[in-house]
Design a protein around this ligand. Structure first.
Ligand SMILES: [Ca+2]
Ligand SMILES: [Ca+2]
Length: 463
């Protein structure tokens, strides 16, 4: 491994002279080859990440290490709170309300052209585009859009010490080591790609880590890092659903997962299993970051890491994603862009994942395709505290949206019912203020961010 300490100190002190720094280095200086892109997705990773401090039980030293290399966003939100529509939107640059791809059952492929995707765009502009693991949802990926993509590896199972299943919320305490889970091989593939040198084309390397997606089955050592007797429940109100519209209560489905888990006295066990899976994913990320730091590409590679949406673990009597509240919509977003991002900064500005496509284009001097409607956040990567008046938008079904500003969350369902939360006073969204007359103006202002076009849902895939 090369000397990371000296590199960091050089960058750190050099950038004290900010004006000089901006002149001296940039994403595409004349004597430098185009920057590579290391594109990392972590499936179902909510905001329980160490440096974001939402849940202090979590153990994520590698996510925190990556954040220390660049800029992490405290208020980053998915375009849709489910795997397929979130990823289809992020990778196409088009919102669910534009494509009609709202749910996991909506196969995006007839509605998003191959040349519209982020990976195709980079490939068309001379990048070697490769990947492994989960970038697109399930079986929906189009392998022909990639120069190479790891086939799903056969993972040799050594069995489990125990298994649990409550209404489909599932986990196992696995025997064996890190290679008992497929992510180990995803990361191996990406490490080998990072170790290549001498290629003529810049690379766009996509690493799709699957944990902490269910089943939360990871080796026992990760459960042992989160002892059951130390697990704490998230902040929670028994009567939290009392002031929520009917469609919101239906979203929470309190009689489903939550009842099964409480009846089974398994709430803390489930949290332990999620935390163990987060730490497993974090550990695999660490293997990737080690290889990246030791590679020839560290100083000329843009890194972006995103979770595809959040996850409830009993807040609002709800489990999983599939909702428009903070827990289901907020996910990590971390950027390292050489010559652009300061080190170890956290931005509080509200951004959503529609920003990723145009931001990557701007950082690499690629044109932004006409169909891509998100806003580049390069200005926030340069100055994480810069003014940013734009709220984040999340969509969960046709005409069902949430707008998030730094202070407010405003949800409007398709029947016109609403929720409004003041995050300055109520960070867990317990008090729905939507009916308070003094907030009518706030709702009116936030509603300007709702999309004007709400395309009908496309066909559902039949099994
Ligand atoms: Ca997901
Ligand atoms: Ca409530």
């Amino acid at each position: 491994m090369r000397d990371a300490t000296s590199r960091r100190s050089t960058e750190g002190t050099g950038c004290l002279a900010i004006a000089f720094c901006l002149l001296a280095i940039g994403p595409a200086t004349a004597d430098q080859s185009p920057p590579n892109v290391l594109f990392i997705a972590v499936d179902d990773l909510n905001h329980w990440v160490g440096h974001l401090q939402r849940n202090r039980q979590t153990i994520t030293p590698q996510l925190d290490r990556l954040a220390a290399w660049g800029v992490s966003f405290r208020h980053a939100y998915c375009a849709a709170p489910a795997c397929n529509p979130s990823r289809a939107a992020l990778m196409s640059g088009m919102r669910p309300s534009t494509t009609g791809v709202y749910h996991n059952s909506n196969d995006y492929r007839p509605h998003i052209a191959p040349e519209q995707t982020l990976n195709s765009h980079f490939r068309a502009h001379g990048y070697r585009v490769t990947g492994a693991g989960k970038i697109y949802h399930g079986t929906y990926g189009r392998r022909q859009e990639w120069d190479d993509y790891l086939k799903r590896p056969k993972v040799r199972s050594l069995g489990a010490f125990s298994k649990s299943d409550f209404n489909g919320v599932r986990w196992s305490v696995l025997k064996g080591e890190d290679d008992a889970v497929g992510d180990y091989f995803t990361v191996n593939y990406c490490i080998e790609e990072l170790q290549q040198t001498g290629r003529k084309r810049p690379f766009f390397l996509a690493c799709g880590i699957f944990r902490p997606h269910m089943p939360w089955s990871v080796p026992k050592k990760y459960f042992d890092m989160h002892p059951l007797e130390q697990i704490e429940l998230p902040p929670f109100r028994e009567n939290d659903l009392d002031d929520i519209p009917e469609l919101g209560v239906k979203t929470a489905k309190p009689g489903g997962d939550h009842r099964a888990i409480r009846d089974g006295k398994a709430w803390k066990q489930a949290i332990q299993a999620y935390l163990a899976s987060v730490t497993y994913a974090d550990t695999q990320l660490g293997r990737l970051l080690d290889a990246f730091e030791a590679s020839a590409h560290f100083d000329n590679t843009i890194v972006v890491l995103w979770g595809d949406h959040g996850w409830h673990l009993g807040e609002k009597h709800h489990w999983r994603k599939f909702a428009l509240w903070e827990e289901a919509t907020r996910a990590p977003l971390i950027w390292k862009a050489p010559g652009v991002t300061p080190q170890g900064a956290i931005s509080s500005r509200t951004v959503d994942f529609m920003s990723i496509y145009p931001t990557l284009c701007e950082l690499t001097d690629l044109p932004v395709p006409e169909h891509v409607k998100g806003r580049s956040i390069v200005s926030l990567l340069r100055d994480p505290a810069a003014a940013w008046p734009h709220p984040a938008l999340t969509t969960h079904g046709r005409n069902r949206h949430a707008v998030r500003s730094e202070k407010w969350r405003y949800i409007r369902y398709e029947d016109g019912s609403e929720e409004l939360y003041d995050h300055d006073a109520d960070p867990y969204e317990w008090n729905n203020l939507a009916d308070a007359p003094q907030h009518a103006n706030v709702k009116r202002q936030l509603s300007a961010a709702f999309p004007s076009v709400n395309r009908p849902e496309v066909a559902r895939k039949t099994k």
